[in-house]
Design a protein around this ligand. Structure first.
Ligand SMILES: Nc1nc2c(ncn2[C@@H]2O[C@H](COP(=O)(O)OP(=O)(O)OP(=O)(O)O)[C@@H](O)[C@H]2O)c(=O)[nH]1
Ligand SMILES: [Mg+2]
Ligand SMILES: [Zn+2]
Length: 278
């Protein structure tokens, strides 16, 4: 029978076949082949002995959070406690674009900002909208419409409000949410495993947050090509393979100067290509 892995806790995979649930182990052959069944995998299972026999071909997969066959990632971005990090947001967008998944951005905790801070964040939200992304606040009512018939993964820092948002979308979920440690301004990893939940006609993965993430597996032109707004200006670069860094005539640098490109995006881009990470 074919089903979908909706949850993994150590070696136990919860596989859903229509409306039935089987708790399965993975066959040893997967370990020998160096493949791990992932949440989101479509699998053939032996329902007599509760074993995963085969993993069907993946459409895509992300490593952190570790989920397969994703339609979109909702990047849950806190603006205070933990503070807004343009670096983490741009890094997540870069990784998600590279894996050919659609990023959607959701800002949380706007209620904690004063007017000046709120204006500043609104300008940032508008910029990401302008370059083509869907951008929401966690309190927007139309956020409910984006999940139907899709597999969505929530990604973002610990304490950014992923589980809280899921509880808001479906109050029957009752997911555990955590206090953010005030000393560190980051969460304490309240969510400990990745699980696909049936919400609003789709499947949503709540995931444990993280505080940093790296861009391994990406080379510098992959990173460059994931900054989608550069495309519009790159015809003004002197060289076709311009890295928008030390080149003299560069359409991207020109448009950072005249503020068509958000300065923090460009600075993050330089950090990513220089060190691959922070
Ligand atoms: N003021 C305010 N607090 C929020 C908002 N969203 C979430 N919180 C609080 O932020 C804290 C952390 O929320 P969680 O939902 O547990 O965060 P998480 O992203 O699931 O964290 P991990 O499971 O550790 O990855 C909780 O105390 C929530 O009540 C918001 O929009 N405004
Ligand atoms: Mg959580
Ligand atoms: Zn250039």
């Amino acid at each position: 029978m074919i089903g979908k892995i909706i949850k993994q806790i150590s070696n136990d995979y919860t596989v859903k076949v229509n409306d039935k649930i089987y708790i399965c182990k993975a066959r040893g052959k997967f370990r020998n082949q160096g493949v791990n069944p992932l949440v989101g995998d479509n699998v053939v299972i032996d329902t007599q002995n509760n074993y995963i026999l085969e993993i069907l071909k993946r459409k895509n997969e992300l490593e952190r959070p570790s989920v397969a066959n994703i339609d979109q990632v909702l990047i849950v971005t806190s603006v205070k406690i933990p503070n807004f990090s343009s670096n983490l947001l741009d890094k997540l967008i870069t990784i998600i674009e590279f894996n050919n998944v659609k990023p959607v951005i959701c800002f949380t905790k706007l209620d904690l900002l004063n007017n000046v801070e709120l204006n500043n964040i609104k300008n940032i939200m508008d910029y990401y909208k302008k370059i083509g992304y869907e951008v929401y606040a966690n309190t927007d009512s139309n956020l409910k419409d984006i999940f139907k018939d899709k597999v969505t993964v929530f990604a973002g820092q610990s304490g950014s409000g992923k589980s809280s948002l899921l509880n808001r979308l479906d109050s029957s979920l009752n997911l555990e949410i955590g206090e953010v440690s005030t000393a560190l301004g980051r969460g304490k990893h309240t969510t400990r495993h990745t699980e696909l939940l049936e919400v609003l006609g789709g499947l949503i993965a709540d995931t444990p947050g993280f505080s940093s993430i790296d861009l391994k597996n990406m080379n510098i032109s992959d990173i460059r090509d994931s900054f989608i707004e550069f495309d519009k200006y790159k015809d003004d670069c002197e060289y076709r393979d311009c890295m928008h860094k030390d080149e003299l005539k560069c359409g991207i640098k020109e448009n950072v100067k005249n503020s068509n490109i958000l300065k923090s995006r460009y600075e993050n881009y330089l950090k990513f290509i220089e060190k691959g990470d922070l």
